[in-house]
Design a protein around this ligand. Structure first.
Ligand code: FES
Ligand code: FES
Length: 173
């Protein structure tokens, strides 16, 4: 049995130690933000934050996570609310600025890759609230184990959405 801390809740999971975190998130905890794309750490669709770092859950064994904090797409609103010190009531009606920007910019096409794109954007903006264009491109291409891939070609929209999310975050809403 492995205990996982996911979106602020501890879960005891009955699965072999080498089970990929993605399988547990989707099949046991019913968190379907992370997607199974390649299963080989080559696309980013399965990304989650582990202690604030973007990690490919398709190749992450549950036994390797320990007590670290896992945040999925579903946990981004609460993550933002906690960072901003919002009340529980306000937190219920809050989206993470990255999610808000993605909606306002109408970023996705088919949407399959966009979980990973929003997780990567969150990782970037938490460490660099005002990234340059070059830094945004670097984050999505060479900063991780592989580029974050989008078969629909939404890359330009993603860059605009990251800039928009940075503006929302700067306003603190
Ligand atoms: S499904 Fe994990 S990186 Fe592609
Ligand atoms: S929006 Fe379709 S794969 Fe990215």
């Amino acid at each position: 049995m492995v205990t996982l801390n996911v979106n602020g809740v501890r879960h005891e999971v009955q699965a072999p130690d080498d089970t990929p975190l993605l399988y547990v998130l989707r099949n046991d905890l019913h968190l379907v933000g992370p997607q199974f794309g390649c299963g080989l750490a080559q696309c980013g669709a399965c990304a989650v934050l582990i202690d604030g770092k973007e990690v490919r859950s398709c190749i992450t064994a549950i036994s390797s996570v320990g007590n670290q904090e896992i945040t999925t797409l579903e946990g981004l609103p609460a993550r933002w609310a906690k960072q901003k010190g919002l009340s529980a009531e306000d937190a219920k009606n809050t989206l993470h600025p990255v999610q808000q920007a993605w909606i306002e910019e109408q970023t996705p096409q088919c949407g399959f890759c966009q979980n990973g794109m929003m997780i990567k954007a969150t990782e970037l903006l938490e460490s660099n609230p005002q990234p340059s264009l070059a830094q945004i491109k670097e984050a999505f291409t060479t900063s991780g184990v592989s580029p974050n891939l989008c078969r629909c070609g939404t890359y330009v929209a993603i860059i605009e959405s990251v800039k928009h999310a940075a503006e929302i975050m700067a306003k603190g809403r």
